[in-house]
Design a protein around this ligand. Structure first.
Ligand code: B12
Ligand code: SF4
Length: 396
């Protein structure tokens, strides 16, 4: 019988199936001692924890993650870079990064007594494969690839929670675990590099030699001491493609991103008006941006992941801008509430759509923009007015 559990199996189903695998003699031995319903005993670390680490990795991959790697819970060596980044004000209005800076600089503040960080990665490469069928005359918007589907915080989080529960139950007595997908006070990219998942590229994202630039990260901090995997190191060489590709010049130097210029920040995190000088460069990007990731030569190794496809939403491949601006608040909620797009909120999302319509729209957008130009939401109204001026500048 194969030990390739399907993605929808629960931990106990995976256990039941794996228990029958001939090759997994170690697991057979533990279950034989403890009876058919017992969890394997991973707590004895006579081998320095190597077998336990490999069993956890196997479990993570069985749950659908594409990567699982381990590092210690020691502080990130480049935590000073975060402090300098915050001092320079490059975080813009993301004040929560200031509030959690101390924790980000040392995982001990997050999980006292933590010894190990288990990183998981999911490739989101799949969703970009289909070419959307759109009428040539219709203006469409671009949504960042990671966001063209159901919210990864939910579906990665559900699996990570399950993995963390299992690790807690099979670890030494008293094992504690904390799991996060994106939202934890953890310098994920640097620590994932230390776990050997990939390297921090000049655009500041983690680049994998197996998956390219399209990995989403999550992690479990645990008190269970497990041996770390070997770290990765930077492999950019002389390449500077990502710095040159950024439409707004946000990557001001290698490894230095001024988030206030980054289209991802401007269209997702920023709550107020988008600085006028940056609006033309945003083009038709209505949520996030992939330009620095897409040009990276390491994408030749990009591969489809195991789970993202089932969460893809084809209607986010090339959504029609006019339709988006016609939605009311309730329609916005019902269409996007389980997708990352909800983060921009109704007001921010309409602001983004106005900018895109100004940049790529045609004459047929004018009446709609004129109506929105007197919207009760003053920020949205101002962006619609800007879009009308921009259309004029473009000779429309
Ligand atoms: C805040 C945030 C943002 C902000 C700021 C981005 C940034 N670069 O910091 C904004 C909104 C702009 C953003 C955008 C995006 N984000 Co974001 N974001 C985060 C978040 C929540 C915190 C990041 C953080 O701590 N920033 C502070 C800065 C200082 O940290 P840093 O850049 O990692 O700093 C390190 C490097 O600069 C490095 N460094 C400094 N000097 C040097 C020198 C050398 C030689 C080297 C090697 C390294 C190095 O050391 C620093 C400290 O470790 C993380 C989740 C998390 N908890 O980590 C997700 C996260 C980084 N985001 C993610 C994604 C997917 C994106 C986008 C691709 C989304 C999109 N398509 O629009 C873009 C990418 C833009 C970009 N080029 O970074 C993923 C990245 C996955 C990956 N493979 O790397 C993360 C990890 C979320 C997740 N769990 O998957 N994001
Ligand atoms: S595009 Fe080039 S410089 Fe940028 S992360 Fe990829 S390899 Fe490094």
């Amino acid at each position: 019988m194969s030990c390739m559990p399907s993605e929808r199996m629960s931990i106990s189903q995976i256990e039941r199936r794996c228990r029958h695998v001939e090759m997994d003699t170690w697991l057979q031995a533990t279950t034989a001692q403890k009876g058919p319903n017992a969890l394997p005993d991973l707590s004895c670390a006579g081998d320095g924890g190597v077998a336990a680490r490999e069993r956890i990795r196997q479990q993570a991959l069985a749950l659908g993650f594409d990567e699982c790697r381990f590092t210690t819970a020691e502080p990130p060596a480049r935590a000073d870079a975060l402090r300098r980044w915050l001092e320079a004000g490059w975080h813009g209005e993301m004040h929560w990064l200031v509030r959690t800076a101390e924790k980000r600089a040392d995982p001990q503040y997050v999980l006292p007594g933590g010894t190990t960080i288990i990183f998981v990665g999911t490739s989101y490469y799949t969703v970009d494969k289909r070419t959307p069928a759109v009428d040539p005359g219709v203006s469409t918007g671009q949504v960042a690839r990671y966001a063209r589907g159901k919210d990864y915080h939910a579906w990665m989080g559900q699996r990570l929670k399950e993995l963390a529960g299992w690790v807690t139950s099979v670890g030494p007595p008293g094992t504690r675990c904390l799991w996060y997908v994106d939202t934890g006070p953890v310098l994920e990219r640097e620590l994932a590099e230390r776990a050997g998942m990939g390297f921090v590229g000049k655009h500041t994202n983690l680049v994998s030699r197996s998956w390219g630039n399209w990995l989403l990260l999550g992690e479990i901090l645990t008190t269970w001491p497990l041996p770390p995997d070997p770290p990765e190191h930077n492999r950019c060489g002389r390449c500077t493609r990502c710095l040159e590709a950024c439409p707004t010049g946000a990557i001001v130097a290698p490894f230095q991103l001024d988030a206030r210029r980054c289209i991802s920040y401007l269209t997702i995190e920023l709550r107020g008006p988008i600085p006028e000088s940056l609006r033309p460069a945003i083009g038709n990007r209505i949520f996030g941006c992939d330009d620095c990731l897409a040009v990276c030569p390491w994408n030749r190794f990009a591969r489809e992941g195991k789970i993202m496809r089932q969460y893809a939403q084809p209607d986010l491949q090339a959504p029609r801008l006019k339709e988006l601006l016609q939605m009311n608040a309730a329609e916005f909620r019902s269409r996007f509430q389980n997708t990352p797009l909800a983060r921009a909120k109704f007001s921010g999302f309409r602001r983004n759509v106005c900018v895109a319509l100004g940049n790529v729209g045609d004459a047929s957008c004018k009446a709609l923009l004129a109506a929105v130009a007197s919207d009760p939401d003053r920020m949205v109204a101002e962006h619609a007015q800007w879009a009308l001026r921009r259309l004029e500048e473009r000779g429309i």
